[in-house]
Design a protein around this ligand. Structure first.
Ligand code: ADP
Ligand code: MG
Length: 375
């Protein structure tokens, strides 16, 4: 997938008064009505500034949470500090309010998943959205693996362009499809089913593939090693292709929780009542060596249960990547949260805003939202 084949916002015919429908992913953490995680918002500020400077009247669409229950109101408050922005509670309210917008101003529509038809990609909803704008801009890379109305329906009806961040995602992630050597792919986290296609694809593209986090439990189980009470996938997967691949590396030791105590254990020694919560010190050292020997590192998935405080090896690996001097790309919803909480985000060459979208893009080399822009 070549990013330069995507129609870019830079080439969009914009002038004062152009009505833009801008898809963003403003689904960020909020607490007590206040934004607590600005990472994704900051990444799209250049696009907002560009549209405002051009004098466009921009209607922003985004979701919040997995359904329609949550509100985008805190995001409107946050953006008000920098931009002139109105907030519409519904699409019909947005229709009226958009007529009052001045050049350079924004209108944020409440959680698009409240509109019936968004998630089912209803063409009627796409029509109603498209009728409010002259052009469509997709700056929501992290939602573009979903065939929703605001992602694939609207671009059928309007001249459509990819935002700056969107294009950067495609460009930077494309470099991970053909990594420079020696290359290292580190895959952690949980839910093997969602990560297996990517793992299979990269087994023969990366020189070394380290599988950690809860995913390693599945691999040990597949090799007949007991993993005690550790988290494993519900389905037993046939992982022979992975365990027998010569590029694959696994943790050398684990931090294991047993009742109220944690101990370091080699994988073979895991018993009943014991649960892996992080890698151990030998693994951290081994990973640091792998990182130091690499010129390119792609990383998705925390190495331990960081939400419960087991973030030591995730932090150690983040440091090892930073010290390695390798070109580094990192992504994944939980991975970003983990790295962010450790204040290490700026240590990476590229941090993807995509979670599922990043995994899907790497596995399939395109996304429904990308295909929709190319037509
Ligand atoms: P991402 O969102 O970055 O793709 P995932 O969703 O795959 O990452 O995985 C993140 C989750 O994996 C976190 O909730 C983390 O606690 C969990 N995790 C990581 N290592 C382990 C482990 N050894 N045992 C159980 N859960 C783990
Ligand atoms: Mg996740």
């Amino acid at each position: 997938m070549q990013a330069n084949k995507l129609p870019s916002l830079l080439d969009a015919p914009l002038s004062a008064g152009t009505r833009v429908l801008l898809a963003l992913d403003l689904n960020v953490s909020c607490q007590d009505g206040k934004v607590t995680d600005t990472f994704r918002i900051e990444k799209v500020l250049p696009t907002l500034e560009y549209l405002s400077k051009k004098g466009c009247r921009t209607m922003i669409i985004s979701h919040m949470g997995s359904d329609g229950s949550r509100t985008l109101a805190p995001i409107a408050e946050f953006l008000k500090k920098t931009f002139k922005i109105l907030f519409a509670n519904s699409l019909s309210e947005a229709r009226e309010m958009s007529a009052t917008l001045s050049n350079g101003e924004f209108l944020l529509l409440e959680n698009i998943r409240r509109e019936a038809g968004e998630m089912a990609n209803d063409p009627e909803l796409a029509k109603r959205l498209a009728s409010l704008a002259d052009i469509y801009v997709n700056e929501a890379f992290s939602v573009s693996h979903r065939a929703h109305s605001s992602v694939v329906g609207v671009p059928k009806l309007l001249p459509s362009f990819a935002g700056f961040q969107f294009i950067e995602e495609v460009e930077k992630l494309s470099t991970a499809l053909k990594p420079i050597h020696p290359s290292l792919f580190v895959l952690g986290g949980a839910k093997f089913e969602t990560k297996l296609p990517l793992l299979m694809k990269f087994l023969n593209r990366y020189d070394r593939v380290f599988v950690g986090g809860a995913l390693a439990n599945d691999l040990f189980r597949a090799m007949g090693v007991s993993v005690g009470d550790s988290l494993v996938s519900e389905r037993t997967l046939d992982l022979k292709v992975v365990t027998e691949n010569p590029s694959v590396r696994l943790p050398l030791d684990f931090l294991v929780q047993k009742g109220p105590v944690t101990v370091v254990t080699p994988p073979e020694a895991l018993g009943k009542g014991e649960r892996v919560v992080d890698s151990g010190p030998k693994t951290a050292e081994f990973l640091a060596e792998l990182a130091a020997e690499s010129k390119f590192i792609l990383w998705n998935g925390p190495l331990g249960e960081f939400e419960r405080g087991f973030s030591e090896r995730t932090l150690a690996f983040a440091r090892a990547v930073a010290e390695s001097g390798a070109h580094s790309i990192v992504g994944g919803g939980d991975t970003i949260s983990a790295i962010q909480s450790l204040n290490m985000l700026e240590k990476f060459d590229f941090v993807s805003t995509g979670g599922g979208a990043m995994l899907d893009f790497l596995a399939n080399e395109t996304l429904p939202g990308i295909e929709a822009l190319k037509k």
